[in-house]
Design a protein around this ligand. Structure first.
Ligand SMILES: [Zn+2]
Length: 664
């Protein structure tokens, strides 16, 4: 499943995990558009909308996404009602049987512990670090998942072919959570969680408590060596190619040579890898002296990872932690949990179901036309650009002209590279939820192994699923994807005014196209290879403009706690916001009525509110500005916005001209 994960890390998506922005009720007085456009436009919405007790946020992205999920839940349940009647291997059989396994709490409760114990046995019985390494290698081979370190297939940055990407497992808390505890009490919550899980592995309460404290301390010792979120979103960091032998040498205690050989990578000259300090910090702990700690850590990690598929007691222990951590008030029902699990694991198949029910060829044709229109506007803007040399300009236009466009859903027969649930064993044949997850983990790993060295097909639909309420740009094949799921109000409607659609899906399209020329996208050529196509002077001129975004966005604070935006973290997304808004607004140029509709709906689509816990998490990790900063930040740099709303130096939306930002 690495392909999905690694691609996901680099998709320039519109919204992360369907969550965005703030939106604290403010006071009841009318807020002027000139002072705070986001609040003025959204104040009624933010007053009436509430965060569902099972969710971490409210936004239009979230609300529409929940609607799509509920619609598919009905479909899943109807299929499950007919479980046992479908032909083996069909999407219906897999969906129905997987859902049935997930809902069968009795079997989950009676079978999953034995399965987990079998998985943990080699780890717990290891006496030396060499035996522990052998257990880690066997775990990957059997279940397809690496512990501590892992690898998968990814596109080579310099050529359209798959190569291996090695990664170090993420910790459950972020680097920032481990270093600073921005959420008071989080470390205690986490320690309680670790101890509760370890108790389930058979350890007594006191030992579990001691081990939990030691595990947190170990992760805290790693934290300074972990990658900053700014760097995680920087492709020049993320896409480093290093000699395979170097990576092996950075794991002397873990025996990197053995691990890579067990993965079949001993012939590779180079691999993708960027986490040298973190890997070294982890390896430094991998000693005989730390064996008890390492074994309890790995026991915890395995139980944490598979808890959603295990017995209800273990599942609920993890769920309680997640709810506390993110401020979720109420757990989802078992039906909803099972349906969402099936929807996540079989998103391609359910995308087909979604299209059958809700696909609209009229909307797809209309939006495809809008994309071409905005792309033409972009081309004109590049032609008239005053700071690029003709040479770079020609390359940029070439990249724009070869942009691949995916709208609605994958073409028929365009199946995913990896079938994540290739074979679901029916309950009647002895299939269980955890058993099916492990079985398919191994099958997915086998498919992924076969990708290494194979050509990368740029014409494949890759980014999202049709039911997603989101959009993305993928630099590796120079493509934008606008799924069917986002083609609904407030983003798009065939009934909406031109300005409203331009402010919604129009700015979304412009945003994704702009990613081709943001601080990350600009490093890829038209064929998706990381190759410099800029003259030195042009690139310097670009960087100068791009560097102005960080101090500009640093000025915004969000939420009751007035958390400060991290301008550096949000730069690439903010460049896309400003570029997208400019391009969409160009179509309405000189028409204040259309422009007002456009700006208004641009503010509407980013209305959102969060639990304080998730807001703190997002501000650390998410490369998107929070909704209020996203809307006000982009608008306060648009010259036409100042004209249409007669903004003066006395208004809250005013920013001095020399401080305003904009590239495209
Ligand atoms: Zn984006």
């Amino acid at each position: 499943m690495q392909v999905k994960q690694s691609m996901g890390a680099r998709l320039a998506v519109l919204a992360v995990a369907a969550v965005l922005t703030l939106g604290m009720g403010h006071n009841s007085q009318a807020i002027a558009e000139k002072d705070d456009f986001y609040q003025a436009v959204n104040q009624e919405t933010l007053k009436t909308k509430t965060i569902d007790p099972t969710e971490v946020s409210w936004s239009w992205f979230q609300e529409r996404s929940v609607k799509n999920t509920k619609q598919l839940e009905t479909e899943v349940q109807q299929m499950a009602d007919k479980t046992g009647t479908y032909k083996k291997g069909t999407p219906e059989q897999k969906i129905a049987d997987l859902y049935t396994c997930a809902m069968d709490t009795k079997t989950r409760n009676t079978s999953s512990r034995a399965q987990l114990n079998e998985m943990l046995k080699p780890i717990q019985e290891a006496k030396t670090t060499a035996e522990l390494t052998q257990a880690l290698c066997d775990f990957k081979e059997k279940y397809g998942e690496g512990l501590l370190v892992d690898y998968g297939a990814d596109r080579k940055p310099s050529a359209p072919v798959y190569m291996s990407r090695i990664s170090v497992n993420d910790t459950i808390l972020t680097k920032y959570d481990l270093q600073k505890e921005p959420e008071k009490g989080l470390w205690d919550t986490y320690k309680t969680y670790i101890a509760d899980v370890l108790k389930e592995s058979g350890v007594d309460a006191n030992t579990a408590k001691t081990q939990a404290a030691a595990i947190l301390a170990m992760e805290q010792a790693w934290a300074p060596a972990m990658t900053d979120s700014e760097k995680l979103n920087d492709v020049s960091v993320y896409n480093q190619i290093v000699p395979r032998k170097d990576v092996e040498a950075w794991m002397p205690h873990m025996n990197g040579k053995k691990i890579l050989a067990s993965w079949g990578l001993d012939k590779e000259k180079e691999v993708l890898f960027f986490e040298e300090p973190y890997l070294k910090a982890m390896d430094a702990m991998y000693t005989q002296e730390h064996m008890p700690l390492l074994k309890s850590y790995l026991t915890f990690i395995v139980m944490h990872r598979y808890a959603p598929y295990a017995d209800i007691k273990l599942r609920n222990i993890r769920r309680t932690f997640t709810m506390k951590r993110y401020g979720i008030q109420q757990p989802r029902s078992d039906e909803e949990t099972a349906s969402r699990m099936v929807q996540d694991l079989m998103s391609y198949e359910l995308g087909q179901v979604y299209m059958k029910q809700y696909g609209s060829s009229v909307a797809v044709a209309d939006v495809s036309q809008m994309i071409r229109q905005i792309r033409d506007i972009y081309e004109q803007r590049l032609q008239y650009n005053t700071w690029l040399s003709p040479q770079t300009k020609a390359k940029a236009i070439e990249k724009l002209k070869t942009l691949r466009i995916f709208v609605g859903a994958p073409a028929s027969g365009d199946t995913p590279l990896i079938d994540t649930m290739a074979d679901v064993i029916a309950p009647k044949q002895g299939g269980t939820l955890l058993g099916n997850i492990l079985h398919n983990g191994r099958l997915a790993y086998e498919q992924e192994k076969k990708l290494l060295g194979r050509p990368f097909n740029p014409d494949k639909w890759m980014g999202m699923d049709p039911q997603d309420v989101n959009a993305c740009y993928i630099p590796e094949n120079n493509s934008i994807t606008i799924p069917m799921g986002i083609l609904q109000p407030p983003f798009y409607s065939v009934m909406a005014s031109q300005g409203t659609n331009l402010g919604g899906i129009g700015t979304v399209i412009g945003h994704e196209i702009s990613h081709a020329f943001d601080t990350n996208g600009c490093q890829y050529d038209k064929d998706g290879n990381m190759k410099n196509w800029w003259t030195k002077a042009d690139y310097e001129a670009f960087r100068k403009r791009a560097d102005a975004f960080a101090p500009y966005y640093d000025r915004y604070t969000v939420g009751k706690e007035k958390l400060q935006e991290n301008g550096k973290l949000v730069t690439s997304e903010a460049i896309a916001d400003c570029g997208g808004l400019s391009a969409a607004a160009e179509i309405a140029k000189g028409n204040p009525t259309i422009l007002k509709d456009l700006y208004h709906n641009f503010a509407v689509i980013f209305a959102s509110k969060y639990t304080p816990q998730i807001l703190r998490f997002i501000i650390q990790m998410d490369p998107h500005p929070i909704g209020s900063a996203r809307v006000n930040g982009a608008l306060s740099s648009m010259p036409e916005f100042y004209q249409v709303y007669h903004i003066t130096a006395n208004d809250g939306m005013y920013v001095q001209p020399q401080q305003r930002v904009g590239i495209w």
